[in-house]
Design a protein around this ligand. Sequence first.
Ligand code: UDP
Length: 483
Amino acid sequence: MTSNNSQLHIFFLPALSPGHMIPVIEMAKLVASRGVMATIVTTAHNLAFVSRTISTYSTKIKIVTIKFPYAEVGLPEGCEIIDSDTPPDILFRVIKALRLLQEPMEQLLSSYQPDCLVADAFFSWATNSAAKFNIPRLVFHVACLFSLCASHSIELYEPQKKVSSDSETFIIPSLPGEIKLTKMQLPADLPKTGVEAEYINKMVKAVHESVENSYGFIINSFYELEKDYVDYYRNVIGRKAWHIGPLSLCHADNIEEKSQRGKESSIAENECLKWLDSRKPDSVVYVGFGSLVNFSDSQLMEIALGLEASEKQFIWVVKKSKRNEQEKEEWLPEGFEKRTVGKGLIIRGWAPQLLIMDHEAVGGFVTHCGWNSTLEGVCGGVVMATWPVSYEQIYTEKLVTDVLKIGVSVGAQTCDGIVGGIIKSEAIEKAVNRIMEGIEAEEMRSRAKAFAKKARQSVKEGGSSYSDLNSLIEELSLKSLKH
Ligand code: UDP
């Protein structure tokens, strides 16, 4: 089972949610397209997801399954796919189970002897495991370098401790661009009490250490998008990072690949494309909040009211299913779908997001600032209304609105976990109008389209991401010859 000596072999271990699996699978596709042997490790219940997304590369990428320790953490079989339906207690057990994957993973490393392990930041043991086999561990982190630099600076200088109130603004110290934030906007603190707090705090510490001791980061981004921050990360923070994205561009214009990406789509791709084909360029706003956000019915109601008041054409993805046509949906205003027929399309469940985003009819995107979605928005040349909900998404908002100037904020004041505070319909209507019409929108659109062009250039031969991936492959090949 060992790899052929002349061919570099990389093992990929993604975390178990769509937003983490998709880019890692795309990374495997990308390296396979450069002649590297790629193996993805996942659990049996995530196999279908991985296989669908690999799509036309199924003969070029190997998938190996690892046994998930359901019984050990008291979970029913098959519940390890983390998404908007995952309740917090299940999530906590899945996180606990990740630790137990170390041993089976080391058995795989021992039998396959790859030259490198690319593991999601969540796997706190991965650096040690790779070291046991004398191979480098690269960290995959679903974030841009701007976010990594911003959070590094906040951790180091703690500017939030020097303000007198939660709403007083401070500038992120030492970071290029005078980026302003409030304490309230910062990602939520870790839990301090409760049975889970101690475990989560320990795990976060272990993740930090593992990341610090790793060989470096692979980033789904491109140099031209965040030059100052790529340079800052490398030169000021002094860590190795390779930007090899946008990874979603590995599908090029292959409609089959784009349709098969992630879960099975809740709408027939043809139906979706037909709907979009009949619209004018840049006339549709796409409203989607990734795979994890689960807004309350009252928040969904505000979104519906805001969209209707904006009078714009829209595609809105809602993580809800309808049991039958007669079912009354508490989150929709009475008669909404009848009134917006021909103007709006609601997708209940999973949307073929990449197909939609790349369609010329789509000109705006209301987003939760998940990094994959944001970068997909950049590649689609759309203007964004930013609505960060949790984690590092507030930093992504700042990149989009303050640095790149290709979007406006809907005005979320907190970034505190699952809902980020209720945003009223008036704010949603206003943000949608700002990104879809008027001089400000036109200026943002022209900048957005310029970034979309640069994104495509970056992955072509000679482009910045193409070259960075070359350097990474060369460096790993040299290392593998030495051991
Ligand atoms: N996605 C999709 N259809 C959906 C929801 C999400 O294709 O209905 C994809 C989206 O294109 C992106 C990923 O899932 O690639 C979500 O990642 P992101 O970082 O944006 O957000 P997360 O889900 O991790 O919060």
